[in-house]
Design a protein around this ligand. Structure first.
Ligand code: 3HC
Length: 725
């Protein structure tokens, strides 16, 4: 960890080095400060260039140091030293300049970026605000509106867009450091006043107060429950209303307040959890370290339904040439038009951001009816609808056609991977890749490991996730895997609560106020109630296969709610039919409105089934829906379907709209306290003995009996013998 310098024609080049991302640790800040002071004091030096080692400027403050007690020198002083320098300082930005990294670059007088570099202030994603002048200098450079969008979303901005916005002065295709040296030489002796951002006025729209008030309302709505985006608006208000030095004090105050909150701790946990899940290990000892992913140069997707189309789009966005196959001409025409329209939209989005090169860099998509075209692809992703017989037929067919080294993936949300693998001539190369809809946008990929799947196949599928810009989480093979296995119980609990007297909109509101992106009833209406209905009919929970005489509200010894089935029988499939749990302005409408018809229907249903209703509190809604999900999470760990609580949290944070600022369901349980979760589950199970899913799992009980250990120790209490991974 060091900063080292050399002098090139009177320009000192200071290199920040702290692998892998040159995070600004205390030691690095100290080293850079020393190097800058030496350069400023050296008569032979007339200008300074600051760069990052190994093609990365800096990913900002060292997050690993956040919870340490000892504090190093403040980054703010280093940035002030740079800005105050009489010798021009140029930032040569390669790779990334994020958070404190961009703040340091904003302290420099000039910024040159490589075309592939990106910049951003992602502190908000860690539950924080920029703390080293970023939110004060940036609006002085690019204005309030663009700064607001960057700091409240934490989005990363590509170099060309950064140039358009005015964040960088020049974008180069190569030799960033040499170009920075040339620029530094050119500006030696020129006045620097206009380049010292802290001295400039903030660029404001005419009615800035109203603009900020409106922004606050929008941000509250958009990031419901999250504190840091609101604090970002407050920092901007300070930037507008206060002189720079006072603004700095306010920035510090807000940062220090956020720094002590549970939300930032949860978001930092979520950040590291996302990186941890990439480091998978199997009980056999095979791991991400020992297994080698095979190259994926070409791919094929079978089936151009909703999922297939967006998987093709996702591959094309990752520049992977893809062959898209359908079974007949009509489906192929419909599917290819849909894909082209998705790709057009992606191109438009990128062009609006200034990425003209993007248009040419999409992977080519070829549409076909001919399986023979799949002969040479490296990977096939089957994405037809959830029907085992059909999937097996396709896998059998692929076995005979694809080259022996080709990996066969299935996009299933819960079917048995081993059963599919068993019909192929390469079961070790079959793996589940469970995408989330829409696949070209959602970040999660559940990678499902079957009994036969080899470590090379796992490694390749995890690499695919990374290539697609997704977080891959390795899970074991069980019905519904991890995400949907937990989700089913959560949704079922919500429906039971409706039977017991609550209304869909009350339940949705309670869970959305908790922070979930969408309540269970709005989610069911969006996904289509008929999908679950079809699945339940297929396995005989409802419909003609249901044995005659089965009680309406019981399956085996368990409570069952036929409400969703009845809605489907009445043609209420959700948004697509204009009515479901809610009514909509039209078929396909999105505006969910409470439906008086449903209230009458529910009263009648409760009368027929002789149900005693009670007033369901918000607390009961949250606890029953979330604790049943968490309880299943413990069972998943116990069964060895996920290797640790982090895996479950990453799945929920990235695939199910769980609020990251609570860390994920398992982290949330650890904050609530496992004894509390256990006591509540015991209470609800006691009151509802016909809902066995409320019965506390033995792993939860074990952890409570071990004294409620912190989440990072939970794995050590799991026996590896039960692992299905
Ligand atoms: N501090 C400490 N470690 C960091 C880090 C940081 N700022 N950024 C990344 N790392 C670590 C990761 O944990 C990972 O460690 P591991 O190998 O031990 O798991 C390693 O660097 C590589 O990271 P990724 O796996 O994420 O690698 P990618 O190449 O996919 O992505 C990246 C690189 C885009 C830099 C991504 O890591 C990232 O987005 N980092 C976060 C940047 C960030 O949030 N910066 C703001 C920090 S807060 C701040 O600066 C406050 C300021 O206002 C004072």
């Amino acid at each position: 960890m060091a900063a080292f310098s050399y002098i090139c024609d009177s320009v000192a080049v200071i290199t920040m080095s702290n692998p892998p991302v040159n995070a600004l640790s205390s030691a690095l800040i100290r080293a850079v400060q020393k190097a800058v002071e030496e350069a400023i004091g050296d008569f032979a030096v007339e200008a300074i260039v600051i760069r990052g080692d190994k093609g990365k400027f800096s990913a900002g403050a060292d997050i690993r140091e956040f919870n340490r007690l000892e504090r190093g020198p403040p980054l703010v002083s280093l940035i002030d030293l740079i800005e105050d320098s009489k010798k021009p300082v140029v930032a040569a930005i390669e790779g990334v300049a994020l958070g404190g990294g961009l703040e340091l670059a904003l302290g420099c007088h000039y910024r040159i970026a490589h075309a592939q570099a990106y910049v951003g202030l992602p502190e908000v994603l860690l539950g924080l605000v920029p703390a080293a002048g970023g939110a004060l200098r940036l609006p002085r450079l690019i204005g309030i509106s663009a700064t607001l969008s960057m700091i409240t979303t934490g989005k990363y901005v590509q170099a060309r867009e950064a140039l358009k916005l005015g964040i960088v002065d020049k974008v180069v295709g190569e030799n960033t450091v040499d170009e920075a040296i040339q620029l530094a030489k050119k500006v030696i002796g020129q006045p620097l006043g206009s380049r010292q951002l802290s001295t400039l006025p903030v660029q404001c729209p005419p009615n800035v107060e109203a603009f900020l008030d409106e922004a606050m309302v929008k941000v509250k709505k958009q990031f419901r429950g999250a504190q840091s985006p609101l604090a970002c608006v407050e920092v901007l208000r300070a930037a507008v209303q206060l002189p720079y030095l006072e603004g700095k004090k306010k920035e510090r105050e807000l940062f220090q307040f956020l720094y002590t909150t549970d939300q930032t701790r949860a978001q930092q946990y979520a950040f590291f959890a996302e990186r941890e899940v990439a480091k998978w290990t199997l009980p056999s000892g095979a791991s991400w370290k020992t297994a080698s992913p095979q190259p994926i140069r070409t791919a094929a997707v079978i089936g151009l339904g909703t999922m297939g189309r967006s998987i093709v789009t996702s591959l094309a966005k990752a520049k992977i040439p893809v062959i898209a196959l359908e079974q007949d001409k009509k489906q192929l025409d419909i599917g290819s038009k849909a894909v082209m329209s998705l790709l057009d939209r992606e191109i438009l989005k990128m062009e609006q951001l200034g990425h003209t090169e993007f248009t040419n860099s999409l992977g080519p998509v070829q549409f076909t009816l001919d399986y023979g075209k799949l002969r040479d692809v490296d990977i096939v992703i089957e994405a037809v609808f959830e029907n085992m017989a059909l999937k097996k037929e396709i896998f059998r067919h692929l076995s005979g056609i694809c080259k022996p080294e080709a990996f066969l993936c299935t996009n299933t949300s819960g079917l048995d991977i081993d059963e599919m693998a068993s019909v192929t001539n390469r079961p070790q190369m079959v793996i589940g890749t469970h995408f989330f809809s829409p696949a070209h946008i959602m970040k999660l990929l559940e990678v499902v490991h079957g009994h036969y799947t080899s470590s090379t196949t796992i490694s390749t599928a995890m690499r695919l996730a990374k290539m697609l810009g997704k977080v891959g989480v390795l899970v074991g093979n069980c019905p519904s895997f991890v995400g949907n296995r937990l989700m089913r119980l959560y949704v079922e609990q919500a429906v039971f609560l409706v039977e017991e007297g609550s209304k869909p909109e009350e339940i949705d509101r309670a869970l959305e106020d908790f922070g979930l992106a969408m309540g269970p009833f709005r989610m069911m209406d969006l996904a289509g109630l008929d999908i679950g209905w079809k699945a339940r009919t297929e396995i005989g929970l409802t419909g003609p296969k249901l044995p005659i005489g089965t009680p309406a509200r019981q399956r085996g010894s368990k409570r069952y709610s036929p409400l969703p089935d009845i809605l489907c029988e009445k043609g209420r499939f959700g948004q697509k039919s204009g009515q479901g749990w809610y009514k909509y302005e039209k078929s396909g409408g999105r505006n969910a409105m409470p439906d008086p018809w449903l209230y009458n229907f529910l009263s009648e249903y409760q009368r027929i089934h002789n149900l005693k209703t009670h007033y369901v509190t918000q607390e009961e809604i949250i606890e029953r829906c979330l604790y049943v999900l968490i309880n299943e999470g413990f069972k998943v760990l116990e069964d060895g379907i996920a290797s640790g609580p982090e895996d479950i949290d990453v799945i929920y944070n990235n695939g199910y709209g769980w609020p990251k600022y609570t860390g994920g369901p398992m982290y949330y349980a650890s904050i609530v306290g496992l004894p509390v979760v256990l006591t509540k589950l015991e209470k609800y199970y006691g009151a509802n003995p016909d809902i066995p899913d409320l019965k506390p799992s033995s792993f939860l009980k074990k952890l409570v009996s071990k004294g409620n250990p912190p989440l990072k120790e939970w794995r050590s209490h799991l026996g590896f013998q039960s692992s299905m991974l």
